[in-house]
Design a protein around this ligand. Structure first.
Ligand SMILES: [Zn+2]
Length: 363
């Protein structure tokens, strides 16, 4: 035996509930509020919670899953277990414009005549007009080569100057599997009913307060039921992972918007159960919102230290300080950029352009 001290055990991370594969059971959370899960195969995500809100008119479905036929078949099965048919769906509520949340909505509109309810700012996040001006979009020629691919695959260059990494073989296969029958299902649906912040909607025989919670996406919507203390939190507050904050947005400082939306969770009185879009229901909304905020504050500190050391660094250089190597790539770069921009807006960092790349330095 050597005299070396034993290695310090790695800190125990809670298991990532959001990774769990979709179960087939239907669980009653409160009168008229049922939790079901639909399958999702995305990095770090194994299911999306699809909540069924039942009333005298039938059922409203919150986040009807991916656009794939397999996901829709699962939704049909869950509805059946709950005693409903697709035709009974009168409303598809979409918490935000990501395809694992809105995917089934268009089918529900066509097959059941369902309303599609979203926040008024709902729109395709990756629509070309949403991407900051400096981003390089494909030419018309290249665009036809992209036929049948979701639009965000087409972005060639990030606004901060780096080339976007092409799809990996696995991502391409996943995409083909999801969109096998018709990639048009990936088109972001057009809402038929939009709501504004603090508007009240009636679902599951009671009134829900609409809360606009921008950050993860600009159009993110949560719904709060003061009677039972339930909050449908979408991806805004998840139990064991933090939602991706994208730097690819025309809004300045999306991280600040996310912080404001997290802080808002503190002021909601009487929350008994948080119903997230991934992972298990939980009760401590304010505690979880604070923990997510701390996670980002920690990351901002890492960037502050890196800026002192690097003096001037590109987005990929900062990304390498923030993320472990297996996470490097488009999403990590984008989230790093959102953090750098936050510190720039706070006046702590300055951004300049150098050889076509945005470079951040201590101000
Ligand atoms: Zn999600």
């Amino acid at each position: 035996m050597s005299g070396e001290p034993p290695a310090t055990p790695a800190p125990q991370r809670p298991p990532r509930q959001e990774r769990e594969p979709a179960g087939t059971e239907v669980t009653e959370i409160a009168p008229g509020v049922l939790r079901t899960q639909l399958p999702v195969h995305l990095p770090g995500i194994g299911h999306v919670n699809c909540y069924l809100l039942t009333d005298e008119r039938g059922v409203a479905v919150v986040d009807p899953g991916l656009p794939s036929p397999a996901s829709f078949a699962a939704l049909e099965q869950r509805l059946r277990s709950a005693g409903y048919a697709v035709e009974d769906v009168h409303t598809a509520v979409i918490t935000h414009s990501h395809f694992d949340h809105f995917g089934g909505a268009e089918r529900l509109r066509i097959l059941a005549g369902a309303e599609i309810l979203t926040h008024e700012s709902f729109r395709p996040v990756w629509e070309s007009t949403e991407v900051a001006e400096e981003a390089e979009l494909p030419t018309a020629d290249e665009e036809s080569a992209d036929e049948g691919r979701p639009p965000w695959f087409s972005l060639r260059r990030n606004p901060w100057g780096t080339e976007r990494e092409p799809l990996t073989e696995m991502e391409w296969r996943t995409w083909q599997e999801i969109a096998r029958d018709d990639p048009r299902w990936f088109a972001t649906p057009r809402p038929t009913r939009t709501v504004t912040d603090t508007q009240v909607v009636r679902l599951a025989r009671r009134e829900w307060l609409c809360l606009h919670t921008p950050g993860h996406t600009e159009d993110h919507l949560c719904l709060f039921d003061p009677e039972y203390g339930l909050i449908l939190s979408g991806d805004h507050v998840l139990p064991t992972i933090t939602p991706h904050i994208s730097g690819l947005t025309p809004h300045t400082d999306p991280l600040a918007r996310f912080f404001d939306s997290l802080e808002r969770m503190d002021g909601i009185e009487g929350v008994t159960t948080v119903l997230p879009a991934h992972g298990h229901p939980f009760d401590d909304l304010s505690g979880r919102a604070k923990a997510i905020r701390r996670h980002h504050e920690h990351r901002l500190d890492i960037i502050r230290n890196a800026a002192e050391e690097l003096r001037s660094g590109t987005v990929p250089q900062y990304m390498q300080r923030l993320f472990s190597e297996r996470s490097w790539g488009n999403m990590a770069e984008s989230e790093t950029f959102a953090h750098l921009e936050h510190l720039r807006v706070l006046g702590e960092l300055a951004a300049t352009r150098h050889d076509g790349q945005t470079v951040f330095s201590p101000a």
